[in-house]
Design a protein around this ligand. Sequence first.
Ligand code: ATP
Ligand code: MG
Length: 553
Amino acid sequence: MSEEKSLNFIEEIIEQDLASGKYSSIHTRFPPEPNGYLHIGHAKSICLNFGLANKYGGKVNLRFDDTNPTTEDTEYVQSIKADVQWLGFNWTSELYTSDYFEQLYEFAVSLINKGLAYVDDSTSEVIATQKGTPTQPGIRNEFSNRTVAENLDLFIAMRAGKYKDGEKVLRAKVDMNSPNMHMRDPIIYRIKHAHHHRSGDAWCIYPMYDFAHGQSDAIEQITHSICTLEFIPHRELYNWFIQQLNIFPSHQYEFARLNMTYTVMSKRKLLQLVQDNCVTAWDDPRMPTISAMRRRGYPAAAIREFCDKIGIAKRENLIDIGLLEFCVRENLNKTAQRRMVVFDPLKVVITNYEAAEEILLSENNPEDEHGGSREVPFSRALYIERDDFMEVAPKKYFRLAPGQMVRLKSAYIIQCNEVIKDAEGNVTEVHCTYIPESRSGNDTSGIHVKGTLHWVSIAHAVIAEVRMYDRLFTVENVAEAEGDFKSYINPQSLQVIEKVYAEPALKNTTFEDRHQFIRKGYFCLDAVSSPDKLVFNRTVTLKDTWAKEVKKV
Ligand code: ATP
Ligand code: MG
């Protein structure tokens, strides 16, 4: 019997709404503001909104919430579309709040006509003081007594560009005594003489988030408008506008945003990292953005799996970044092709190997029976990892040491006979003999060794650069750390090894390929890689190295 996953609270609401006939089908939306690249927190919202629409056979809109002309850009629009698609989702419609500017303006006019909105000439400071405090009611000023005709004239003049930024605002006339500060005659339109990335210079007044979001939901007939917990206090106003304007009754539901250890999850902070050159770009592989994760080699399926695992809650918490890495590792373990790459080479000469070379076969992925195998050339001169050899080895050292035997992965057992050093006493190469009957897959030698080493044939090796990434920050809860968050950047978050020696199969690797460099980690080509200069990113380590450190403490 298959185990049925319990429903999250939003699925419960949806199933009730469908069962009661409140809706015959559901309609959700993902509403990013195009003022930055999407991060892993957005992935949670995407998986939720698109996932629900897919699960219940409904519709889902991608709506760009583009009401802030000064911070938004088409570059961000393009990146958001690419990221959502890469995550594996398709939207029913691509829409823009800016396309509703005329309609939203009409909504504002209709509020004015009902005596429910007025033009206020006060400065933002005065408006803020007159709002009162959560324990003290606000006060209405003289501007709230303007007549409908006066307000209409002024609002039309605002639109026509008669006033400068900040000279006037349009406010909804709600309730200055409400315990909910958002209800105290909120500003719904402000003057901003700024070029908009889509509407150009058509407008110099722009609606505030609260006046745009719910109405956009209603225009699109969104049934379940899902947002994060900080919007709970906005819900009353969301409903008030829908009621006063008598438009489609969309409903807002809130879930806990994703917070993750050792990183930041706010576009504003991510933009700072880019602008201050703390990272190279929005898609620097250390960033928590979707584009960075794609570049770093995270499979989209692993991100979806992660979002599924963390679930949907009503209370905020901090998710261990190790869980995301676990999902990536699990996925790659099943799909990544195994390859041998030596990072810090030590030359090994097989003194009794007479052939010029031979071609061995090695499995691409022992976890995948259809993974096939590849050819790996073996020859007399090889590289192994320098730290896989010790001249004076302790007991239980199962790697290479004088007199000791090891297996070379997918090849032969070798024994170390001689250590060659330079004038300073540094080991420059080791001389070994191989056991011809010990060839992997056809081993009749009867010899058992405990250590297996990766290696590459020097004559066939391909040179590459590898970039190793670590946590971007040194503290677990960056958002709550004192002072400037940038002071917690991990100076070791990027380590570049300019020259590693890879087996020749890696010469033809593509950007889509995922590899496990045996005993090293999971790797993929970086965006800057070219046939002349291969550059690999370490996607994730083989094991959770941080979990061990935590246990040690
Ligand atoms: P940021 O604070 O990073 O700028 P935002 O909420 O301003 O994020 P939007 O572009 O407005 O970003 O967000 C689009 C949608 O994604 C919203 O519905 C928002 O609630 C959701 N979202 C944003 N951040 C997270 C997060 N960390 N976890 C879950 N959902 C998120
Ligand atoms: Mg926002």
